[in-house]
Design a protein around this ligand. Structure first.
Ligand SMILES: C[S@@+](CC[C@H](N)C(=O)[O-])C[C@H]1O[C@@H](n2cnc3c(N)ncnc32)[C@H](O)[C@@H]1O
Length: 298
């Protein structure tokens, strides 16, 4: 099984608490596409979600299906998803996106929310073509880091600076990631180019959240390679000085580094994190493909 990145207890907790939940508009756009082949239907037979995390998107889409199988490669995420599950018709199981445990041609909607950039794309698209019904849809949802505006400073339009600082700080984490064209930065255009399908549609939805600095740091800690990076840094630090008080040294913790830089820049050093209010705006992109027959070799 491929390496599980979202496994540690800390990242699972940050994920559950600080990742955005998608709005009803996101579900409506996808379900409207699904309904195009059968407009009178109000519910469909089967949705499979791969890379379900702690169930953010699963909960939103579950009411439209008689049965939902939501899978994730990470045992920690599946445990967290099961703990919050309120639907009897939703089953959370550990599993890979590239190998889905359902019959050929049985799935109405195959969903991957903020997850497809982690998959082995060619294998995943072949598996997609195997499991989808002829009129079934593949839906990929994604977002990049949010645009951040400290509320107190909004009038000075500090948002580009804050967002750039956040990106610069977090970009150290991306080192072992996939090629850029498959990345969220390109809004999945590279992934889109590889989907062999009879019809592909793209949508954008803007979502805004009122956060504080605690939430911003929590979001940063929920990024895929954060745990790995931090553990490596802790080990390096310990190896370089065995007497060092690891808990007190925050120099390697990117979320803390970002928080401090932000406070300094805006002269908010004396404020508690909870008092620093920040507007977080996400651009959510949605790709819906019908008639997926595999991988396009570009
Ligand atoms: C960024 S999270 C998205 C979680 C959730 N769907 C959401 O919208 O917030 C990506 C998830 O994909 C899972 N994942 C990564 N590679 C995977 C693979 N090859 N097969 C299944 N799940 C995978 C990770 O464990 C992680 O939980």
């Amino acid at each position: 099984m491929a390496k599980a990145l979202f496994e540690g207890k800390e990242i699972v907790e940050s994920y559950k608490t600080y990742r955005p939940h998608y709005s009803q508009q996101v579900a409506d756009l996808v379900i409207d596409e699904l309904k195009k082949a059968s407009p009178s239907k109000t519910t469909f037979d089967l949705m499979v979600e791969v890379g379900c995390g702690s169930g953010q998107a699963t909960n939103l889409f579950a009411p439209y299906f008689n049965k939902v199988l939501a899978t994730d490669i990470s045992e920690g995420q599946i445990k967290s998803a099961r703990q919050q599950n309120k639907f009897q018709h939703v089953n959370y199981n550990r599993g890979k996106a590239e190998q889905i445990n359902v019959d050929d041609g049985s799935v109405d909607l195959l969903l991957a929310a903020s997850a497809a950039h982690w998959f082995e794309l060619d294998k995943f698209l072949l598996e997609t073509s195997r499991v989808l019904k002829p009129q079934g849809c593949l839906a990929l949802i994604g977002y990049f880091i949010p645009r951040l505006t400290p509320i107190l400073k909004e009038q000075e339009d500090s948002s580009s600076y804050t967002t750039d600082l956040f990106y610069e700080t977090a970009s150290v984490l991306g080192q072992e990631h996939k090629p850029e064209e498959y990345e969220v930065t390109s809004k999945y255009s590279g992934i889109c180019d590889k989907i062999q399908a009879s019809n592909i549609r793209r949508f954008m939805v803007n979502e805004a959240y009122d956060w504080d600095l605690i939430a911003v740091k929590g979001f940063m800690r929920s990024l895929g390679t954060y745990d790995e990076y931090i553990n490596k840094k802790r080990e390096e630090l310990q190896a370089s000085d065995k007497n060092i008080q690891k808990k007190d040294d925050k120099s390697y913790d990117l979320a803390e580094v970002f928080g401090e830089k932000l406070k300094q820049t805006f002269g908010l050093q004396s404020c508690f994190d909870a008092d620093i209010k920040i507007k977080a705006e996400f651009e959510i992109f949605i790709i819906v493909a019908r008639g997926v027959s595999g991988v396009k070799h570009v």
